[in-house]
Design a protein around this ligand. Sequence first.
Ligand code: FCB
Length: 441
Amino acid sequence: MKISRSAFPEGFLFGVATSSYQIEGHSFGGAGRTHWDDFAQTPGNVARAENGDFGCDHFNRLESDLDLIKDLGVDVYRFSTSWARVLPEGRGQVNHQGLDFYERLVDGLLERGIKPAATLYHWELPSPLADLGGWRNRDIASWFGDFTDVLMDRIGDRVWSVAPINEPWCVGWLSHFMGHHAPGLRDVRATARAMHHVLLAHGTAIQVMRSKGMENLGAVCNFEWATPVDNRPENVEAAARYDAIYNRFFMEGIFKGSYPDRVLAGLEPHLPQSWQDDFSTISTPVDWCGLNYYTRKVVADAPNEQWPHYSEHVGELPQTSMGWEIYPEGLSEFIKRAAAEYTGDLPLYVTENGMSAPDVIDGGVVNDPHRTAYLDQHLAQVKDVIDAGVPLKGYYIWSLMDNYEWALGYEKRFGLVHVDFDTFERTPKESFKGLAEALRR
Ligand code: FCB
């Protein structure tokens, strides 16, 4: 890698990220059924109908996976906790094997000198709660608060940081409007409620953790730069609409206690009654904000379609195997915008950034110069914003290892470590070795 640790300020944190359903193996250890199992079992939703039953077998390989993180030399491990592993029915009966697992994970990190950064919800909603309407049901905020309470009773004294929800846009819009993720709905009313309730759940969880005296609590949102297809005013406005739904709704809710007019234009009729009253919970102060960033979208007006009447176009930049354009400038734009418009002096972290590629093992080696280049390009942007005085305090790579990439199954490889999904054998890629060396420099 071009970049080295010494180019960053003292105390700047490097990390790697994963999530529970994508790696643990949900058929082990008493975990309950999740709406991703239901979604994957429904024809047409997931490539090859793959699910998280085995993941990367991380549940059974915890210690050696933690050793890999240690070998990489990062400071932080961002992992998530599965609601259905802790409370198989979503409420009530606790699965002690689940709590034991997360305790071993946290203690194992601390023993290795790595900071445990927990995310409480990374999308695997327990099926019994989905049966009750899932994110459409307002009660989910208190169910989630109860889950937070149970889990933090066990690990809350040892985690370094906690974010309640990973990527509220994916929970709300991608899953209830676009139908690409579980529960696979395409319903504007469900979307409005899910987008609001996910923020209510976020604020409720923050309050639960505050009442336990916990600190270093944050919010993690995802961002996609919206480029208008050309400079015609209607296309510029379409990109602004895309930007408002994707990049502004959740930030504005959490950090300003309001929603953008461009989003209310479509969603307000479908929001729950007295939604404004919930901002006192939603915008409960947090200690930091995390940004997940991968790509940009080229957007045009689509006046003949229903709200939000925009369409996405293929841009001219190089793409990853996700079909995502590589646009590093978007990362620094979003970090600067977060500080300037939403978070002020709060510490910011890049909580996910990385790329997928069809990486293969050849003679025991996985050569992935594309990933090294991607990381170098994005870290150069990170360095620029730090030099410009933005309080960016860390950068975490998605992902430690190849894993279950949701509706695209096991084919999209984002890892620094290659995983053979037949044998679960791990092979650190060349990017892993390059990063480890850069972090020692
Ligand atoms: C993010 C998700 C993560 C992974 C990456 C590629 O949106 O948080 O689980 O799927 O994208």
